[in-house]
Design a protein around this ligand. Structure first.
Ligand code: HEM
Length: 196
């Protein structure tokens, strides 16, 4: 149960916090997400509607690229491997870092910029390599809750954004992150919610 609380709920909460920050920091992105959600003209989104929120998916992906909850993932070499002049012996533990791979300048255009359109169908920067984008891990043990997490997040913002405008009290505010046990705002993320 503790594992599930941490693997499922803390990670999803962390993603919601990151997206609330991004929407407040980038008002044009917020308007686009709100417009997508309002376009369904419903009080409650249907299952298919959640899937159709493609721009919101891109924003979610970009939030996980920059502030994803998994910094390292443990693996074990099952045979000797030579990698760039280093030998990794069979049985050695290897720690993979999505946080590093997610900002490699040789793959991502201006990796430090918040740019949800890098995931759009015309660009698909994340598709250059199978494991270039891995906020949910990869291989046999890839997260089983990734679709549920995205649905929860969309339902959360569907309800919030149709009622409130999010803003930062100070436009120059930059979220300070604490990393243990999962990344989240170190100061409670001050937000202004204005009823629409
Ligand atoms: C934004 C939210 C989430 C993130 C960022 C996330 C991330 C991850 C990552 C990085 C892994 C390790 C994958 C690997 O080693 O290759 C993982 C595994 C796992 N996740 Fe998630 N997760 C999220 C939400 C959820 C939810 C909602 C559930 C369940 C309802 C869940 C259940 C699990 C389980 C059971 C595993 C272990 C799978 C296995 O070992 O076969 N996760 N997740």
């Amino acid at each position: 149960m503790l594992g599930l609380m941490s693997a499922a709920h803390e990670t999803t909460t962390s993603a919601i916090v990151a997206m609330a920050y991004a929407l407040a920091k980038y008002p044009l992105v917020q308007e686009r997400v709100r417009a997508e959600m309002v376009s369904f003209g419903k009080e409650t989104p249907a299952y298919e509607d959640l899937e159709a929120m493609s721009y919101t998916s891109q924003v979610f992906q970009e939030c996980l690229r920059l502030w994803g909850s998994s910094h390292t993932m443990p693996r074990k070499a099952i045979r000797d491997v030579d990698y760039k002049g280093h030998t990794i012996p069979a049985g050695a533990m290897v720690f993979i870092s999505p946080s590093f791979v997610h900002v490699m300048p040789e793959f991502w255009e201006q990796p430090e910029h918040f740019d949800p359109d890098r995931f759009a169908a015309e660009r698909k920067e994340h598709r250059q390599h199978r494991h270039l984008y891995m906020p949910f891990g990869g291989g046999a043990h890839k997260c089983i809750g990734m679709h549920l997490a995205e649905m929860q997040l969309k339902v959360f913002f569907f309800n919030l954004l149709r009622r409130y405008r999010l803003a930062l009290p100070d436009p120059d505010y930059v979220m300070k992150t604490k990393y243990v046990p999962v990344p989240e705002s170190a100061d409670g993320l001050p937000l202004l919610l204005t009823p629409l």
